[in-house]
Design a protein around this ligand. Sequence first.
Ligand SMILES: Nc1ncnc2c1ncn2[C@@H]1O[C@H](COP(=O)(O)OP(=O)(O)OP(=O)(O)O)[C@@H](O)[C@H]1O
Length: 277
Amino acid sequence: MVFDVGRVLQIDDVSLSLGGKTILSQASLSLQRGELLALLGPNGAGKSSLLKVASGDLALQNGRVHVAGKRLQVWRRPELARHRAVMPQRVEVNFPFTAREIVALGCCRGSPEERNELIEHLLRRLEVSALADRLISTLSGGEQQRVQLARVLAQLWHSSGPRLLLLDECTSALDPAQQQLVFGLLRELASDQGYAILAVVHDLNLAAAYADRLVVMSRGQTRIDGSPGDVLTPAMLERVYGLRARVEQLPEGYPMVVPLGTSGASFAPMAAAMGAG
Ligand SMILES: Nc1ncnc2c1ncn2[C@@H]1O[C@H](COP(=O)(O)OP(=O)(O)OP(=O)(O)O)[C@@H](O)[C@H]1O
């Protein structure tokens, strides 16, 4: 198999309708090896839907999705699973599994010793070792989220070739310190291991601090694509989110958004604006 080792994910002109509503409209983005891209946008903008199309969880209706240079539809599932892992916004667990057993579900390769070593390593990295023998259902929301992330990371840990992580609000239940822990780890995987990471995130300052690039969605479209410094402007925040905000350039080299209130001037949800539904 010949990979396009540079461009790990390419989404071109993807449109999607569900239940008679336009959900995505010619959405496009690309993601390079070693890049951490934050996908931003207001509630209902289409971020999760785009991620689901990119992961194959929603069938492609219009447009093109390529993973490592190959059309998503022609990947064989087992082969794709070695190169692409997905963390959906909500993960339901209906079995009485312990945290360790959940992480083990992501370990597909290696000897039993290697798998155990990886499981313990990831439990430690995500600071959930002490919870390893607890039933997942008894863990707090943030604890469960870190265990699920460990499972998703386990899937690609020993893979060779392109590695693509699609993460939908993977830190939404985490406290600020744990958010830093997770995004620090993602940054390391991108910079040191060449992972390509697409992370849907609502926390603008987390995105600014850790992402190489931001793509802002609104009304089903990928409207803005650029560095945190270029994208996070008061004008964009008011126009897209209806958020009044000051943006300060930090000495650390990235911007910080200081919210000042709402202006009520955001884009209307796409479906409403189009009179559909
Ligand atoms: N199966 C479906 N049928 C009809 N509408 C849907 C369906 N799935 C999603 N939608 C609608 O599509 C729009 C985009 O949803 P999506 O979950 O992609 O948004 P999002 O940007 O991820 O939002 P959030 O930030 O709230 O998670 C929403 O208006 C949602 O109600």
